[in-house]
Design a protein around this ligand. Structure first.
Ligand SMILES: Cc1ncc(COP(=O)(O)O)c(C=O)c1O
Length: 451
């Protein structure tokens, strides 16, 4: 288990996200004034961090790694760009844990763009964008991403997680309804929670269930937002966006698509769901992507109608308001990445075809790649969490870097290892990985049910 995973687990606990979700289950916060809770016996676990239960869980994981003699793989430093091969402690690891889909990390054109931006504007834009922090790079990016998606306008923010939280937290209100696939990313979930709107989930990709929720509930709410991802980050599958567009239209709802793992990757030109399904950009009401994956930088954007962008730019706290502008260097790298996506669509095709090769080889060897298709994310399903942790540790010893996804990040009995495939992975990397996975599956010790 990784620290990232631990943090995801904590978040999930704090947010009350369960491993499974049911149709029609209202998960929203209580409306109205809160009743005074029953008295509690106050103990150190309430005021001394050393007694917080989260820490105990974290220590258990460390204990497991120590007693098993596994190398602790969290917060390990690497040297150089985190590409398909990464250097760590003098070792060269085949790396499936970075989202560098297009292999743009370390690309000299990206670095030159970032350096020029620093030379021109310094290390920061100076303040929030709305005051004195606006620079031409932001608008150039926004114009090019709008043109790419076929929408009127866009806004770039300092990171993806915050952009999702700020957008949903602002757009949805208490009198509104947010309906989402049970597997949407934590940033959308957090935004929906923050909004105070009623929240309903539907089982993964179950469009009949989505429709049913709208039939039952649409009439009771003002704005209704439907949330999905372009490529699901745990499963590597692509939802039926055209069907969701049809549904949202018939019910006068708004559709928001998180393209963190699809933009720059899927579609004939690698330009995300619009490209993949041949859509009109205006069919999707709220386009979002993180810029920390295919764009090889940090940042996030929202794109859509000019009115949406105007509202968000001027009113959504945490998007541009009450927060700093993206750095000139990160924005310039994002703009350069977008230009490279247009000029070199073969990068996306290579990432997707490498992932296709991984899937084909894995399936031929009897491994289960879950729902993954046409994307650059390949899960390898595990019989249980402990086997997932064990397999990760063994791979790490063999210089292969991936991370286990276990409950509650994914529902029980769907534990997996997740492989992010890039344009730079070779057939040799993939063959060696699949071979090892097959060997490890044969030799995995019986699980004691620890995770
Ligand atoms: C699906 C999805 N949405 C949003 C985010 C948040 O993006 P960022 O890394 O830019 O904060 C991530 C990143 O992990 C993601 O996977």
């Amino acid at each position: 288990m990784t620290t990232h995973l631990h943090i995801e687990r904590l978040r999930a606990q704090l947010l009350g996200k369960q491993g499974t979700a049911s149709v029609g289950a209202a998960t929203g916060p209580e409306q109205g004034p809160r009743a005074t809770p029953a008295k509690v016996k106050v103990g150190p676990e309430h005021y001394d961090f050393a007694y917080f239960p989260e820490l105990r869980e974290f220590s258990n994981t460390q204990w497991y790694y120590n007693t098993q003699g596994y190398e602790w793989n969290m917060f390990r430093q690497h040297l150089g760009a985190s590409s398909a091969v990464v250097e760590m402690d003098g070792r060269q690891l085949i790396n499936y844990a970075s989202y560098n889909y297009l292999d743009l990390l370390g690309d000299p054109r990206m670095q030159d763009a970032a350096k020029q931006a620093v030379d021109a504007f310094g290390t920061s834009a100076g303040s929030g964008r709305i005051n004195m922090g606006e620079i031409p790079i932001f608008t150039e990016f926004e114009q090019l991403i709008s043109q790419t998606l076929g929408v009127e306008d866009a806004v770039m923010a300092v990171n993806g997680y915050g952009a999702n939280v700020a957008t949903l937290g602002y757009l949805a209100r208490r009198q509104d309804l947010v309906i989402y696939d049970e597997l949407i990313h934590n940033s959308m979930l957090m935004g929906a929670k923050l909004s105070g709107a009623r929240r309903l989930t539907f089982p993964h990709n179950d469009y009949d269930a989505l429709e049913q929720l709208l039939v039952e509930h649409r009439q009771h709410y003002e704005r209704v937002l439907i949330l999905t991802e372009g490529v699901y980050s745990m499963d590597g599958d692509i939802p039926d966006i055209p069907r969701m567009i049809d549904i949202k239209r018939r019910h006068h709802a708004l559709l928001m698509v998180d393209e963190a793992h699809s933009m720059g990757v899927i579609g004939p030109r690698g330009l995300g769901v619009v490209d993949y399904f041949g859509l009109d950009g205006a069919d999707i009401d709220i386009h979002f992507s993180s810029m920390s994956k295919a764009f090889a930088t940090v940042g996030g954007y929202i794109a859509g109608r000019k009115e949406l962008i105007a509202i968000l730019k001027h009113y959504a706290p945490g998007l541009l308001l009450y927060t700093a502008a993206p750095t000139p260097a990160s924005a310039a790298a994002g703009l350069q990445a977008l230009r490279i996506m247009h000029a070199e669509p073969e990068r996306a095709r290579r990432a997707v075809s490498n992932a296709g090769y991984f899937r084909t080889q894995a399936r031929a060897a009897g491994l289960d790649t879950g729902l993954s298709h046409d994307s650059a994310i390949v899960p390898i399903m595990m019989p249980d969490g402990e086997t997932a942790v064990w397999t990760t540790a063994q791979l790490f010893e063999q210089n292969i870097c991936t991370f286990p996804m276990i409950f509650p990040v994914v529902p029980r009995n769907t534990e997996r290892l997740r492989f992010f495939i890039s344009a730079a992975h070779t057939r040799e990397h993939i063959d060696r990985t699949v071979e090892l996975l097959v060997d490890l599956r044969k030799n995995a010790p019986a699980s004691k049910g620890l995770f």
